[in-house]
Design a binder for this molecule. Structure first.
Ligand SMILES: [Zn+2]
Length: 468
């Protein structure tokens, strides 16, 4: 009898989530994510899959983030013709996010090929196109939380709310072979209890094997309340000095949290003096998907949503979709809060706004997300005095504020608490973390909870009949 898990991605790193489950003669893929980060890491996305895509019977996707979903169009293009099971909200988010990721990829390749042609080199192909993304969407089947679904003759699936982003799921899989049933639980990415908009992560009590993320396994986050105090201070300071506030933000999750924060404190923070601009077509679309799934909101967000449904939830919010609308913001020197992508300032419309604002003393930039090494956002956080924008050197005179408490991931205590809810101490395989985080979480789970823990390397296999 064969019931086996093999780790094929996010082993010792935080992107490229992908795991292969084999039960008898059936194969299920958990996630199929893009590797993101430095150019040499992203090169690995071009490598063929370490399995035959045609041999996969079904895919289960934990959530819509590109590092979990981004290679699905390549999987379908390479011959996968089964169903991709995920939460309905994740399906709706994937529809816009995969298209956006494909579009950006096509643009990058176009640019690269122009350079290659000038050097006499052969053109290269995009990882996937907008058409590939559309084709992949035809394979999706949207599910709801807490309902068991038989996805293959020998596999049953149930999704539970992971509280990480809209539609994010903890995956429970019951697998059968030769009359034996084993249960695998995949954490996906686990959210933080007490954060706005979404429900807290659900707990699971039973598993024969747990595969678990470790992103912040070595850190503790600042609280949401502390974050509110920090943001309020920036709003007050800037208001008295007449300037703009720029907020680089990820389109899914962070943008909606910031909008929620502003809506919730509209009066207390005197926000009627400001105009808030959401300058990102992707974030506008993502926000629309959030409102279509208001049944997933937590109690506070549901109250806010019901009270304000008739009017705009934030009366001074302006959506800028077109590039002309975006460029019109360059003429505003005071009183604008501009939320735009990308979250790490490495591309997107935020770069334009930095160019027009960052050299001015009375402007403020609020950095609210993780900034990877080598990105423009990281340079700002590290106190760069000058930055380069499209070949031009620009002086940094604006004040840069780093706001710590907005992560969408559980910290070490959150992860430990989530595992502590299992009745027994099932074996755990740790993935989706850098070395320090993985080791710290392993030590915490071992010493404080007596858990049998393994840090997975690439290709690591676990037999669910003998998972220890
Ligand atoms: Zn995620």
């Amino acid at each position: 009898m064969t019931i086996e898990l093999q780790v094929l991605g996010a082993a010792g790193e935080v992107t490229g989530s992908c795991h292969l489950v084999t039960a008898g003669d059936k194969k299920i893929l958990l996630d199929c994510g893009l590797i993101q980060g430095r150019a040499q890491d992203e090169q690995r996305n071009k490598a063929p899959f370490p399995f035959d895509p045609k041999s996969i019977d079904a895919v289960v996707l934990s959530h819509a983030h590109i590092d979990h979903s981004g290679r699905l169009p390549m999987l379908v293009k390479a011959g996968f013709n089964g169903t991709i099971y995920t939460h309905r909200a994740s399906r709706d988010l994937c529809r816009i996010m995969l298209k956006d990721s494909a579009f950006l990829n096509e643009k990058d390749i176009e640019w690269e090929n122009r350079k290659r042609l000038r050097k006499g080199l052969k053109p290269v192909e995009a990882l996937y196109t907008v058409d590939d993304a559309r084709l992949a969407m035809t394979r999706f089947k949207g599910l709801v939380y807490d309902k068991k679904v038989r996805i293959l003759p020998n596999a049953t699936l149930r999704l539970k709310d992971a509280g990480h982003i809209l539609g994010s799921s903890i995956v429970e899989l019951w697998l059968e072979d030769a009359g034996q049933v084993r249960k695998l639980v995949f954490s996906g990415d686990i959210g933080r209890p007490g954060m706005p908009i979404l429900q807290d992560p659900a707990f699971v009590r039973e598993a024969d094997l747990v595969i678990m993320e470790s992103t912040y396994g070595d850190r503790l986050h600042r609280s949401w309340e502390q974050t509110l105090v920090e943001v309020e201070k920036v709003v007050r300071e800037t208001g008295s000095r007449k300037g703009n506030i720029l907020i680089p933000a990820f389109a899914v999750g962070r943008t909606q949290e910031i909008l929620y924060m502003l809506a919730r404190h509209y009066e207390a923070w005197n926000l009627q003096r400001w105009q808030v601009f959401l300058d990102s077509p992707l974030a506008i679309e993502a926000t629309r998907v959030f409102t279509q799934h208001s049944d997933l909101f937590d109690r506070e967000m549901t109250e806010l949503w019901q009270q304000n449904r008739a009017q705009a939830i934030l009366p001074n919010l302006h959506l800028s979709r077109t590039s002309n609308q975006s460029m019109a913001l360059n003429r505003i020197h005071s009183g604008a809060v501009i939320i735009a992508g990308s979250g790490m300032c490495s591309g997107g419309r935020i770069k334009q706004h930095l160019k027009h604002n960052i050299w001015r003393h009375n402007c403020h930039v609020i950095i609210s997300g993780f900034q990877a090494q080598g990105t423009l956002g990281r340079a700002l956080v590290d106190g760069a005095k000058f930055i380069r924008l499209w070949g031009e050197t620009v002086r940094v005179a604006a004040t840069i504020h780093t706001v710590g408490g907005l992560s969408a991931h559980a910290d070490r205590n959150g992860l430990k608490n989530w595992y502590a809810h299992f009745d027994q101490r099932p074996p755990v395989v740790l993935v989706h973390g850098e070395a320090a985080a993985l080791e710290s979480l392993r030590d915490t789970l071992k010493t404080e909870l007596g858990a049998p823990v393994t840090i997975a390397g690439q290709g690591h296999r676990v037999d669910l009949n003998r998972p220890d």
